[in-house]
Design a binder for this molecule. Structure first.
Ligand SMILES: C[S@@+](CC[C@H](N)C(=O)[O-])C[C@H]1O[C@@H](n2cnc3c(N)ncnc32)[C@H](O)[C@@H]1O
Length: 231
């Protein structure tokens, strides 16, 4: 299944499991090795921390950061349906940059590489195996406008200046909060929008980040878009 087919299915109102299954098929089409890589990450975690489980492995292996080792790959990533809907809603323009903070394998880069070749994608991700797999695919497909960088968001200074930031509850609350504080600094020089997916990041924004709740807010089924300035 190609991304264009997902695009044409969007109006069909499919259930979430079907969207997840279709997204796996798209991953296969592009050549991702999500299941193999995730299972080897689990094997490695089991050897190093035999008494651990999916709740502890990520944090044990990545110095307290939540790398979601052992989570089912379908839960790890946002479906292509949602990512397409999000990019349509943002109406990505030539030269604009979307950054995914905690990018997984970089599915959003597939959407931008394929459907928005004049815009740019940068994904920040802590797990090197996911970064390598995503970048290999962007290279094979000639998506020179997309890249994943291996960084730890515990240091928010690694965050690239972008127009849009996608955040899907990537980590622990204090880290997400630090990242939102850094985005607040960035927004003092430019208008940004934040796409918040997951209860954690949405609640944090609503409770602790009034700079994102004064202007336009749009809610969708699985994500919300907050703006730092009026439109
Ligand atoms: C829930 S997944 C979301 C993946 C992607 N954004 C999506 O929506 O498809 C969160 C990702 O954030 C990454 N992550 C967690 N903590 C991180 C950190 N401190 N620095 C960079 N990436 C991190 C995890 O390894 C995981 O791949």
């Amino acid at each position: 299944m190609k991304l264009k087919q997902i695009e044409s299915n969007i109006k069909d109102n499919l259930d979430y499991q079907t969207k997840q299954k279709h997204s796996d098929v798209v991953d296969d089409y592009y050549g991702f090795s999500v299941y193999d890589i995730e299972s080897s990450l689990v094997d490695n975690a089991q050897v190093k921390f035999p008494n651990g489980n999916y709740k502890s492995w990520g944090k044990s292996l990545y110095a307290g950061s939540e790398a979601w080792i052992g989570l089912h790959p379908r839960q790890l990533q946002t479906t292509y349906y949602e990512l397409i809907e999000c990019c349509r809603e943002l109406d990505l323009k030539e030269g604009e940059i979307l950054c995914d903070l905690g990018a997984g394998f970089g599915r959003a880069g597939i959407v931008i590489g394929e459907l928005y070749p004049k815009s740019f994608f940068i994904g920040v991700e802590i797990v090197s195996q996911r970064v390598e797999d995503g970048n290999k695919i962007y290279k094979n497909k000639g998506f020179s406008n997309c890249k994943l960088i291996e960084e730890n968001l515990d240091n928010p200074n690694c965050i690239p200046i972008s127009d849009y930031y996608f955040i899907y509850d990537f980590g622990i609350v204090s880290q997400i909060n630090k990242v939102l504080e850094k985005l607040s600094d960035i927004s003092s020089n430019k208008k940004i929008k934040i796409i918040a997916r997951g209860r954690g990041v949405k609640t944090l924004i609503e409770n602790n980040h009034p700079w994102l709740t004064v202007f336009e807010i749009k809610h969708f089924e699985t994500f919300s878009i907050f703006s730092s300035h009026s439109s």
